[in-house]
Design a protein around this ligand. Structure first.
Ligand SMILES: Cc1ncc(COP(=O)(O)O)c(C=O)c1O
Length: 396
């Protein structure tokens, strides 16, 4: 295994000179090569894509198209369509709005979902679509038999996270894909927290839709991806750039990703995202995973040894990603997060993490403090966090 070279990597993230960034699950930082790729587009060949024939538009179109291919390769897509969206939220809503639903259809989801993978299905209740919510066990993992019970022949779609943004739990999506196939149900996987951190092969998972956010994987904000096995949803928007032909009476949609990208897209963003996945490939996703697993183990051990600290989610760092939620007895998560920033410039996320159903299920309406790790974090940073937390708990 080649280790992630954190020292070299950190030079690409100037912000890390002054702060400790433990909030990559909300949005990651972008390295210099990604910023450079976007600037290059702006400075050297800015033009619209898929429109016209002049040299700038040809170059921009080529780079934009290549970026789609790089992203598809990164997620092991093989076939299918890789569409640029604004973020995971837009990608999931595109599926919810684009499928033709009928009364009595059921969507199976879980109580661990981000609101982005919950509200789009709840909203379908107005159209007679039922939602069935599978709940996690006390340790934050799922029993496959709960999905076997919930998924049946009236299940039209199963929509769940690959990895939880609160508990870090990695869900058995491949096994769930098998259950979906038995019942003819489609599977949507929310990969917002898996694509940035785990080697992902969509072909291996066997899902129908895979959604994730570029900004959580070193890419720019305003970028996300919807991958589809078949082009079987209606486009959310119609207009320029997505048609084969239009007459006064009718129109024919273009094939491929263009069909789903009406209007001028975030061109610099997609080019930046293409560079971001190359950067991750350069580091090696297996190495990224091992690095985060190591840091997560260290963090979990340190937290578990502290009095007044309660950790949520699986305790085995091989069954989870580098997202660790905890609380300090008697303190609000916002208070803890604020002190970490003030005392040691440590950025953590606090609150409900857009997962109120999960917080209700776990009986912690105020939420948690969340530490989320990435390839640029180091063991020394974990030590500093643990020392600062120890100081906070000593004062209790
Ligand atoms: C699991 C999961 N799904 C969906 C989202 C929504 O992502 P975005 O805000 O980029 O749409 C997030 C964001 O934190 C997430 O963690």
């Amino acid at each position: 295994m080649i280790a992630v070279r954190s020292t070299e990597i950190r030079r690409d993230f100037p912000l890390l000179k002054d702060i400790i960034y433990f909030d990559s699950a909300a949005t990651s930082l972008s390295p210099e090569p990604v910023i450079h790729a976007m600037n290059e587009y702006e400075r050297l060949y800015r033009a619209n894509v898929g429109r016209g024939v002049h040299r700038l538009t040809s170059l921009a179109s080529q780079k934009y198209h290549n970026a789609h291919q790089k992203v598809a390769r990164f997620i092991g897509a093989g076939e299918g369509t890789t569409v640029l969206t604004k973020n995971t939220t837009e990608a999931i809503n595109m599926v919810a709005c684009g499928l033709s639903w009928k009364k009595g259809d059921t969507v199976v989801t879980t109580a661990m979902e981000h609101h982005s993978n919950f509200l789009p299905w709840m909203r379908l209740r107005d159209r007679g679509v039922r939602t069935e919510v599978v709940v996690p066990q006390a340790d934050g993992t799922f029993d496959l038999s709960a999905f076997e019970l919930a998924i049946n022949d009236s299940t039209r779609l199963v929509a769940l996270s690959h990895a939880s943004n609160v508990l870090g739990t990695v869900l058995p999506v491949k096994e769930i894909a098998g259950i979906c196939k038995e019942h003819g149900a489609r599977l949507l996987v929310d990969g917002a927290q898996s694509a940035p951190h785990l080697p992902v092969s969509i072909k291996d998972i066997g899902c129908d839709y895979f959604c994730f956010s570029g900004h959580k994987m070193l890419g720019p904000t305003g970028t996300g991806i919807l991958w589809m096995k078949d082009d079987d949803i209606d486009p959310l928007l119609v207009g320029g750039g997505m048609i084969e032909s239009v007459s006064a009476e009718s129109y024919t949609l273009a094939a491929g990703y263009q069909r789903y990208e009406a209007g001028t897209p975030h061109i610099a963003g997609m080019i930046g995202l293409g560079r971001a996945v190359e950067y991750l490939e350069g580091a090696g996703m297996d190495s990224v995973r091992r690095h985060e697993e190591h840091l997560t183990g260290k963090l979990l051990t340190g937290l578990a040894s502290m009095e007044h600290v309660r950790i949520y989610g699986p305790t085995d760092n091989t069954e989870r990603i580098g997202v660790v939620s905890f609380n300090i007895e008697g303190m609000h998560p916002h208070e803890v997060s604020h002190i970490l920033d003030e005392a040691a410039a440590i950025m953590t996320r606090s609150g409900e993490h857009c997962c109120q159903p999960l917080m209700h299920h776990m009986g912690i309406p105020g939420g948690t403090v969340r530490v989320s790790l990435y390839l640029y974090n180091t063991a020394e940073e974990i030590d500093l966090l643990l020392d600062t937390l120890a100081e906070i708990t000593r004062r209790l």
